[in-house]
Design a protein around this ligand. Structure first.
Ligand code: ADP
Ligand code: MG
Length: 462
């Protein structure tokens, strides 16, 4: 009926503006590759920071001993201990996960790091006899810190800026290892940070440990980012000696990628303008778990205003930023019941829309589908961009294409099935004949193990 015509029109326009046909994705992939070159050429040469990780040797499997790892990156932080026993023995691990109180995300550096150090100290206190620290040795830690850091060495680096809803001004420009070390001293915890790694770099290290064909790692969680193994001589901005291995892991910080080929809508501009970091992390704002649900909310706001989608009044809850979380969007998107009852109950519970008819519910699902599909297809284009840079996107004449494994991790990839399946299908669509040699592998918590392995291979006792 006429009542829904306006809503349908808004939906059709959204679909058109979010469209990602193959040809457009190829332009995005090529733009990613071009920006990678620019970011490697000179410091500040691109929105892609292409940060040097100081990881020039990935784990061999021979690492041994007790190591701790700490992962700070989004909504949760994890503490972990692993007992590494070389190639003959399986890794023994224990972990604990603590959610970060939201007020700490915009507090002071001391408040945040004290909270982390206290949780770590509590965890260390539960270490049992089946973990072995040789007498007289200090415990060592791999610190996974998933924000842009300018590394000064493998075990130090200054925070460039925050992302993903964090904003702690006094930490910017500080050495995050120094901040953590001071906090550990304040709580009386004797531990040394021997590796500071981005979660993508940790995932790459953890992935390579279990599969030698891993060439890149991608995180799709609260935020999004990627790291890959670059040839050291292909990094013109690198001033130091070339590493013996000839390789260097690069943390792309691809969340900050931006290109005129990205299908941005008025809803994305609204989201960006109201964010903690306007103008930054545009790729991340199109793709990642922190933002997908929020885009859907903003579209629904427009439908409520312009098409009286929810009736004569706008549901007050709909005006609350981030009230519609990506896991709820995902639940609605996957609703297979004939009357879309999951959608109905989410609209009721979250937005306090008591009655929703099937037409309304179908439109909500269609919005989720458009927003998730765009994000998944753009993620695929990003991955193909990396493969293009590595010259693994097309077959070489007379050669069997090498196997390229991409280690994927993050809650969005893990739990949002339609997103994951769409992303994988799009990679195949873009790669055509080499798609058989490219494998997407879920690296479950590879980042924690990877950080522990890097802490081990850079131990002060080696
Ligand atoms: P982080 O990125 O914070 O280190 P995770 O990798 O665990 O942590 O990712 C958590 C994010 O994954 C959440 O913020 C959310 O956006 C997304 N996520 C979690 N569960 C789901 C789900 N069921 N469906 C869709 N997205 C999910
Ligand atoms: Mg994480």
């Amino acid at each position: 009926s006429g009542k829904w015509a306006m809503a349908e029109a808004i939906l059709r326009e959204l679909e058109e503006k979010c469209a990602t046909p193959t040809a457009k994705l190829r332009r995005v992939a090529d733009a990613m590759m071009v920006e990678m070159h620019a970011g490697l050429a000179i410091e500040g040469g691109s929105k892609l920071k292409m940060l040097i990780s100081y990881v020039d040797n990935l784990p061999t499997g021979n690492e041994k001993g007790l190591f701790y790892a700490l992962d700070l990156g989004g909504t949760n932080f994890r503490v972990m201990r692993v007992q590494l026993g070389g190639k003959e023995n399986a890794i023994k691990q224990e972990f604990d996960e603590v959610s970060i109180p939201p007020q700490l995300m915009t507090s002071s550096s001391n408040d945040l790091f004290d909270f982390i150090a206290e949780a770590l100290a509590r965890f260390v206190a539960t270490e049992a006899d089946d973990f072995h620290l040789p007498p007289g040795r200090q415990r060592e830690l791999g610190f996974t810190f998933s924000f842009p850091v300018r590394q000064l060495s493998l075990a130090s680096g200054t925070l460039i800026n925050w992302t993903k809803g964090f904003l702690i001004e006094d930490a910017i420009g500080q050495d995050v290892v120094g901040e953590l070390t001071k906090a550990m001293e304040r709580v009386g915890l004797d531990m040394r940070v021997t590796a500071l790694v981005n979660d993508t770099v940790g995932t790459l290290a953890g992935g390579r440990y279990s599969n030698p064909d891993v060439v890149a790692a991608v995180i799709l969680g609260t935020g999004t980012n990627a790291a890959y193994v670059e040839r050291a001589h292909a990094i013109p901005k690198w001033q130091g000696l070339l590493p013996k291995s000839g390789e260097m892991v690069i943390n792309m910080e691809w969340g900050n990628f931006r290109s005129s080929h990205l299908p941005l809508t008025v809803y994305d501009y609204t989201l960006d303008a109201d964010s903690l970091n306007p103008g930054d992390q545009i790729f991340e704002k199109l793709i990642s778990g922190m933002y997908l649900g929020e885009i859907v909310r903003i579209v629904l706001c427009t439908m409520a205003e312009k098409a009286s989608f929810f009736g004569d009044t706008i549901p007050p809850k709909l005006n609350i930023p981030f009230i519609l979380r990506t896991p709820d969007m995902s639940a609605m998107h996957h609703d297979t019941s004939p009357d879309l009852k999951v959608v109905g109950s989410k609209l009721k519970d979250i937005l306090e829309v008591p009655n929703s008819c099937l037409t309304m519910r179908k439109i909500v699902v269609a919005i989720c589908d458009i927003v998730a599909t765009r994000g998944a297809r753009l993620s695929a284009a990003g991955i193909v961009g990396i493969l293009t840079k590595l010259e693994r996107d097309v077959p070489k004449e007379g050669e069997k294409p090498p196997r390229s494994v991409i280690a994927l991790d993050g809650g969005l990839f893990e739990h949002y099935t339609k997103f994951r399946e769409c992303m994988k299908a799009t990679i195949e669509e873009l790669l055509e004949e080499v798609s058989d040699s490219v494998v997407i592998e879920h690296s479950n918590d590879g980042s924690g193990i990877g950080a522990a392995l890097l802490a081990a291979s850079h131990s002060q006792y080696l």
